[in-house]
Ligand binder design. Sequence first.
Ligand SMILES: Nc1ncnc2c1ncn2[C@@H]1O[C@H](COP(=O)(O)OP(=O)(O)OP(=O)(O)O)[C@@H](O)[C@H]1O
Length: 353
Amino acid sequence: MSIEVSALERFAPGRRKPLLSKVSLDVPDSAFVALVGPSGAGKTTLLRAIAGLDPYQGGTVSLDGQVMKDVSARAGQVGFVFQNYALFPHMTAARNIAFGLDILPAARRPTRERINERVRELLELMQIPDLGGAYPARLSGGQRQRVALARALATGPRVLLLDEPFGALDPIVRRSIRSWLRDLHDRLGLTTILVTHDQEEALDVADRIVVMQDGQIVQDASPVALDRSPATEFVMEFLGEAVSFPGDVRSGRMVPHDPLVQPFAVPETVVDGSAVAMIRPYEIQLVPAQPGQEALLKAAPRGARNGYRHYVLNSAGHSIPFFLPQDGVDHALEGAALDVSRARLFRDGLACL
Ligand SMILES: Nc1ncnc2c1ncn2[C@@H]1O[C@H](COP(=O)(O)OP(=O)(O)OP(=O)(O)O)[C@@H](O)[C@H]1O
């Protein structure tokens, strides 16, 4: 089921800035989208508006091209799991899962046998077949999240909205539950929007990442496109550690101010003027310094990871982290300069095209 959000606006009393300012978003059928952004960007506000849980003052939300007016219009089609959407503590896992079916009007409610069968199916699907009789207090965090997901899926929704559902889980459980969630999404043919604070989680699980800032969408792209071409300096920094090298573009070459960094070619379309090159530490490479160029003398080792050693050097007033393969490090450092030709270029905070 596709989701189309068009020019959505939400205002709050006593607040001048809109919580959502003309947000538009198209999520095709079967897509898995991660919604990321700093705290207060409007992610939860947008998700709740899509779910129909909060009012909005302008714009529309459509499912499969049908404009949805309120939460009842979405009933049964949209399942949601919110971080604070706790299980009912006085009900077993099975009754929690059945809840959405139990409260249906009599005419639409399946028989008791059919409901119990559906609960059994969902417990199987969640890989917790024996926990139907357990009360929430007895379940681990990961098991509770599976029950909450089962409850959201009980009515057979085609859209799943998840707001930080794994926030409280430890990193190992979190990693395994998210790949399981992705499998589930694929198997059930769902359309899923996941709000997460964890960039790695977003890049790992989603086929599209939507970055929000100040109640607006600043970029909507695949993980690969987002990494290769962040639209703004903010997006570049938000998605992971980045190092900035201010400099000048002159006739198709970027010349960083830092003397340790080699100039590099940029597309002819980038006009001359000041610019900032931004790069991930693992993309920085060492190359032999050109004759007459300042060369690296030393860098402080800072531990190792995955066969690479982490270094930090101080140059031109700021520290530059980078990684080198662990073999042959020492002679690679001496007399070297930094190659940052894999950097993205920005001007006034926006990507240079
Ligand atoms: N009902 C409301 N009335 C007034 N302000 C609100 C209301 N709901 C949210 N806000 C404000 O709107 C902004 C966006 O909040 P929202 O919860 O959507 O952000 P978020 O991106 O989900 O943040 P977080 O990552 O911290 O959960 C925040 O500044 C918040 O204080």
